[in-house]
Design a protein around this ligand. Sequence first.
Ligand SMILES: [Fe+2]
Ligand SMILES: [Fe+2]
Length: 266
Amino acid sequence: MNISSKTATVLYRKNGHSCIVFSDLVEGEGVQANQFLIIDESHTGIIDPGGDLTYTPLSIEISKHVNLQDLDYIFASHQDPDIIASLPRWMLHSDCKVVTPAQWSRFLPHLASSFVTDKLKHVMNERIIAVPDKGMKIPFGRSHIIALPAHFLHSVGNINFYDPVSKILFSGDMGASMVDENPEAPVEDFAAHIPLMEGFHQRYMTCNKACRLWAKMVSQLDVQMIIPQHGRPFIGRTMIAHFLKWIANLECGVDLLSESDYQIIE
Ligand SMILES: [Fe+2]
Ligand SMILES: [Fe+2]
């Protein structure tokens, strides 16, 4: 991996196709988050751009690589503030389309009040690509991006984005780790990395069944890198296999609930 600046790490660059991650744009109290820029010749998409905290620094960083007005897509894995709260600004400053799970597409107008007037409503609707539960292929430059089902991991309507050119799986909150420094550094010692992921997945992921089915699906893909929206990437087949095995066996969410979690406080 080639570190090109403080904030931008080039994950892949070959033959006019690039994937770049920005991993230290969140300042203050917000949780660390990764934002992704994907370029194929003159085509551009941003994956999980984040909220107000990242809009300005991310737009500045991205302008170093592409012309913002030419943005083709915002890809949003789910509805959370750290994923898509900046939506109206990207929509206002470019003609981008917004790719998002169908389960959430009808809620997005709540984020973009300037598009809610009768006059502009059709504009909002025309610019949203609602991904059905089974996923879809989205044309992108000379290839496409595959939206994969990742429902209940953690959002009820959740998708991951897979780039078949770079073979990178942008896994959203799956595989997320809470790290204090160097979020761009790949995981090297899987056992030592587990404590940085475990609590997050136990609370934010719905249940083992969803994790297991997701891991089975991902194991059928040719993946060189899994990069989550928080924390460190998993690079190479061995590390990816470690992660898939771990997550497929993790009890989490409703698996861990008992009557004691639903008591009325005194
Ligand atoms: Fe989330
Ligand atoms: Fe997140």
